[in-house]
Structure formats: structure tokens, C-alpha cells
Design a protein around this ligand. Structure first.
Ligand code: KG4
Ligand code: ZN
Length: 351
């Protein structure tokens, strides 16, 4: 079966084609992405109205590009999948509207996907796909969660952030340091060559005994340090900025690694799957690899280019849901979107 996936929840328009196989995980045939980063950069963050308008411009040309690259005609698509939530309402409506219009025109069923389930299942598109069950560390711009994953759709949240997400901590700290948007890659780049121990930053909830996270206090400490340094922070003859960036990254990474290892130990699992934009972070991958190797744990990541938002993960999640019998695509073209949609409510998603 051929699944067309459309992602438009935030600042990336993604379209992809995934095909199920008789054996093994579905396969990615082609994908195309347009990132709005340049457009939002001038505002220091995503402007929802501009995001929606741009998705409208991109989604059809990207769909054409994907079909052309896969050498597949539109009417061969069996299911049209789209991100139903969570995300920006107007942006989600664009992908949902186009997907349902395509479904209605082709008389093919449609399926609304949970964006986080897309991230969670994206490592199945990699060369070294995981096997169920596993512990998942989902680290994106809006979410930080540790999950016990038994099968497609069987997700139990072990812990999550009580305030800012890990990606948000990167983004907000980077902004305070004048590093631009999106902050994760910018801060990580700045941190290269910096001393991760130069500044003593808090590791919130590290020893809380549960699997929850808190990153809001870290941002405040970064602000305090940046304020203390004043103009010296930007003095290129010093390493202050690289040191503060490295110290911030180290604080976030250390908490993520410690909690992931503790969760694996507590529930006795030997497989970890990392997903979401922060999963692209080099330092996080390095530290997790070291900790997992020491503890005899297998760790899986999405391909680097599929860590942040993309259409492939949406087509993949739809394909895996249908293939596993968790959900049927519907010949129902009236749509709604769910800007706020906890992953734990995923089973109540049929229209
Ligand atoms: O998963 P994602 O694309 O979007 C959401 O669903 O939220 O994640 C975006 C987040 C942003 O906060 C971005 O700064 C962060 O992922 N990010 C990174 C890196 N690449 C993206 N954070 C740290 N290091 C990176 N290399
Ligand atoms: Zn995302």
C-alpha cells in the first residue's frame, strides 16, 4: 500500500511517500521538505499566520515533486495521511484541508496522524530500525517525554516536562545569548570549543526519583549569567559565549541521559529509541551512546535529516498504524485538527 504523508504543524512543510512491504517495516520512496526558518528568523520565532500562508504555497508543489521523484502517479496513492495535531491550528488546517481534498477527489481514504507518534516511529525509517518494546525519549520543541512503548499505539508516559521542553530550553537560552532561531542547532554550534564546566548551571529534577523534567529554571540561570557578563558575552576575543553555550548544552544533555538510563533500569528494558528535533544534537547522541554502551543498552535514532519535522514520519506512522491493525483510514472527508492533543488520548482519534 502507498501512503502519502503531509506535515504542516509548525514551520516546515513536508510531503512523503511510504510503501508497506510484505515483510519488515514500510519503506520511504521519496520525501520533500520546505523549511520556513529563513522567513521566521527575522521575528526570532515562528509567526503562526505567516506559517499557514507559506504552507498553502508549498504543499502542492512539494506533493508534485515527491510523486515525480518516486515516479508514481497520484491516483496510485492508497491512503492520504496528514498531521492532525498537536501544532499551530492554522498551519494544521492547511495540511488537513489539502489531504482531505485529495482524498475526496481520488476517492481514497484519509488518516489524521498524531505528530508525536510520527516522531516516535521515525527511527523505523532508519537503516538500523528498532524492535518493540522499547523506552522512548521524545525530545522536540514542544515536548519532552519518556515513554514505555510496547507496540504501535501502545504508549505509556513514564515522565514528562513540568514546564519547558528540552528544545524550548535550547531555543530560549540561545535567544538570550543572541544566537538566533532555531536555537538548538545554533547553540550547539556555538558550544563547540566551549568549556561545558565553565558555568555552574542547575540540573533541575535530576535526583527527583521520578522521570519528570523541568527546564524553566535553567533558562533563568542562563539569563543571570548572560546579564552578569553584559557586553563581555559578545566579546569575540573571549570564549564566554562558547563556554555558556557548552555549559547550557551539558546541563540539558546530562538530565536527559540520566533520566533515560534510570527509566530503562526501572522497567528493565534494554532498548532506547530517541526521537524529535533535539535528537539531532551531537552531544546528546555522544553521551547517550557512551551511557548505553556501558549499560549494554541498544540505542536507536532517526536519520539526522528526519529528526526535525518532515512528511516521511507522518506517512510512516499512518502506514504502521494501518499495517498493525490499530487504525483504519476513513472515507470521511470532513476534518478537524487538534492543536492540543496529548499522545495519551491518541486512541480517541477516529472521526
Ligand atoms: O521535533 P521538532 O522539529 O519540532 C517539534 O515538534 O517541536 O523539534 C524542533 C526543536 C527546536 O527546539 C530545535 O531548536 C531543536 O528541536 N533542535 C535541536 C537541534 N536541532 C533541532 N536542539 C539541539 N541540538 C540540535 N542539533
Ligand atoms: Zn515535531
Amino acid at each position: 500500500m502507498l501512503f502519502l504523508g503531509i506535515e504542516s504543524s509548525c514551520d516546515e512543510t513536508g510531503v512523503a511517500l511510504v510503501q508497506t512491504q510484505a515483510h519488515g517495516a514500510p519503506r520511504l520512496l521519496a520525501h520533500a521538505l520546505f523549511s520556513q526558518i529563513d522567513m521566521h528568523q527575522a521575528y526570532g520565532g515562528v509567526v503562526p499566520e505567516l506559517a499557514s500562508r507559506d504552507h498553502i504555497k508549498r504543499v502542492i508543489p512539494l506533493t508534485r515533486e515527491v510523486l515525480k521523484n518516486a515516479n508514481i502517479e497520484l491516483n496510485k496513492v492508497d491512503v492520504v495521511a496528514y498531521t492532525r495535531g498537536p501544532g499551530l491550528a492554522g498551519a494544521l488546517l492547511v495540511g488537513a484541508g489539502v489531504a482531505c481534498a485529495l482524498g475526496a477527489a481520488l476517492q481514497k481514504p484519509v488518516l489524521g496522524v498524531h505528530h508525536l507518534e510520527g516522531h516516535l516511529l521515525s527511527p523505523f525509517l532508519s537503516e538500523d530500525p528498532p524492535e518493540f518494546p522499547f523506552v522512548a525519549l521524545l525530545v522536540s520543541g514542544g515536548h519532552t517525554q519518556l515513554m514505555r512503548v510496547e507496540a504501535v499505539g501502545a504508549y505509556e508516559i513514564l515522565g514528562e516536562t513540568v514546564d519547558d521542553a528540552a528544545g524550548e530550553a535550547f531555543d530560549k537560552s540561545a535567544k538570550l545569548m543572541g544566537l538566533g532561531y532555531p536555537g538548538g542547532p545554533a547553540l550547539s554550534k556555538c558550544a563547540e570549543g566551549g568549556d561545558p564546566q565553565a558555568f555552574k548551571l542547575p540540573r533541575p529534577l535530576m535526583h527527583s526519583g521520578n522521570f519528570d523534567f523541568s527546564f524553566a529554571g535553567l533558562k533563568t540561570s542562563v539569563l543571570t549569567q548572560a546579564t552578569k557578563l553584559g557586553a563581555a558575552l559578545h566579546d569575540t576575543s573571549t570564549t564566554h559565549k562558547a563556554d555558556l553555550a557548552a555549559s547550557t548544552e551539558a546541563a540539558i544533555v546530562e538530565v536527559l541521559v540520566k533520566k533515560s538510563m534510570a527509566a530503562l533500569k526501572a522497567i528493565g528494558m534494554r532498548r532506547l529509541v530517541v526521537a524529535g528535533g533535539v535528537g539531532a544534537n551531537r552531544s546528546l547522541r555522544l553521551r547517550l551512546n557512551q551511557a548505553c554502551e556501558k549499560a549494554g543498552i541498544r540505542v536507536h535514532y532517526p536519520e539526522l535529516h528526519l529528526c526535525t519535522d518532515n512528511g516521511a514520519m507522518i506517512a510512516m506512522a499512518a502506514a504502521m498504524r494501518v499495517q498493525s491493525g490499530r487504525q483504519e483510514a476513513q472515507f470521511h472527508y470532513g476534518f478537524d485538527v487538534k492543536p492540543r492533543w496529548p499522545l495519551s488520548h491518541i486512541e480517541s482519534l477516529n472521526p
